[in-house]
Design a protein around this ligand. Sequence first.
Ligand code: DQQ
Length: 564
Amino acid sequence: SQADDPLRPQYHMMPPKNWLNDPNGPVYYNGYYHMFFQHNPNAAVWGDMHWGHCYSEDMVHWIHLPVAIAPDQPYDKNGIFTGSTTLVDGIPVIIYTGITETNEQVQCQARPANLSDPTLTSWIKSPLNPIITHPNGRDPATAFEDDYNNYYLIYGFGTDELGGQAVLFTSKDFSNWTYLHPIHSNHYDNFWECPDIFNVSNRIVLKASLRGQDFWAIGDFDPTNLIFVPVGNDLGEYTQLIDQGKFYASKSFYDPLNDQQVIMGWTAEDDNQGEQRGWQGLHTLPRAIFLSDDGLQLRTRPIEALQSLRNEKTHRHFQNVILPTVIPFVLVPDVSGNQIEIIINWQFSMNQNLDFGMSVLSTSDGSQQTNIGIITQRNTSVMMNWDLAGWDYFSVPNIHQWSDCQPVCDQDTKCQAWTFVTDRQINNNCFLKSGIPLLNSNAACVSGVKQKGLDQQPVWIYIDRTLSQTNPAAAHSPLHGTIWMEPSSSLLNGQWFLGLNIFIDHSIIEVFEPKGGRVAITARVYPEKENAKYLGVYVHEASTDENKIIINTLDIWTLNTIWT
Ligand code: DQQ
């Protein structure tokens, strides 16, 4: 049974069994949140796409409903693909991609059969379907309106020649749509999946899924030319990932109860046992979107309502724990669990090389564990590239190995971004070894790279899965993101302060930096050992007696299941 499956998450949205992928059509209507999803109701593999459906009062606890849209028409027989919901005169209207009998991608509409049914269980396809047949793209976003009652709709498209695009359509009546032009486009990939466009703090955010990850760009909508104009870096640059880990095909919607844009992504399995387990894929925890103070960075943190999952009887609190200068692993006393939330506030000095963190899903002897840690760099050993140009190192392919130092870059097309590495790796001649010059003369190569501010200090947050599992087919590569620590908000008496919020749900880990919303990292792990439920702390790279690593506060809760 489900409860006997130790790897099955208990507080993430997923169907009772079989396959799930992209989030589809989230909407708040008449007292309930609705969530749909790409779903194969008959097998735990991708295929035979339907829209599964759940509803919820709080976006945390979900109730399963029957399949909302099934492939039963000539225009969608080969699949109900991704789409979105728009409130049209207050009524939820779905636009989804249908895969036709001849495998064309067309856009189709469906409306609730009975608006007074709060569950919105049945949906009726429009007699006008398909409402859009060209160009042959997919994944329509929630439509938006201008001041003159014109609706605008985008969906994903692209070719090798054109690059990835979000194509724009307009309509007066929401049924008859006219193609305009791409709202935005570039060559970071040859197709954009699941584009999304929305308002946050008087700016427009464009999101798309490409190269296996979800990217954002902040900009404005030019009302004359009807195009999206990025104000900073463009969509597809690695400084602008919504999540550094396993997070794809995300979808956002406006939550009127909390006046915020909320986003959730699809997290697939990351091993080869999913079909055998009988279920594959889940949605990440919902995250609230906000912008940095300068309005140029997209930030996320878990929605507040998730706090209702905490079982207060299990709450454990520790404070002012001074860590020894080096410890391989020390158990946190009297706590265990693989369905927990952790809030940890660290204090450390930046002027040294540090590598420390928490182990979760650990056996009591630490032989199986997943490490969620922080790496800082000593001033004297800043990376060469800082001396040269002050570029950010926003992505390091592999923190604990030397072999992987490659630029994130196509050989013959435009270079995306460079992965800059630490002094340790430079000492190991990584760049020379791989035969790549430190900075490419092609100016395109450095676009999207962040410059280090005068007294900013970068730290890396990572998830290290080296010891998480033994199955060689399970992903083991570390995941990581950079946080730029600002003295104004994070420095006090020479000490830096950084808080992390960590969610563990059996086989999924989500790590956030909730204060600034600057990092989100989602990872799958599949511990085989039954007692891999303990928590520990470690210091791998030494602090010194003067420069201690301190846990200011550590709070841990068991979280309840979301299913009743
Ligand atoms: N998944 C859907 C497509 C979409 C892709 C099909 C992204 O509509 O482009 O299941 O994961």
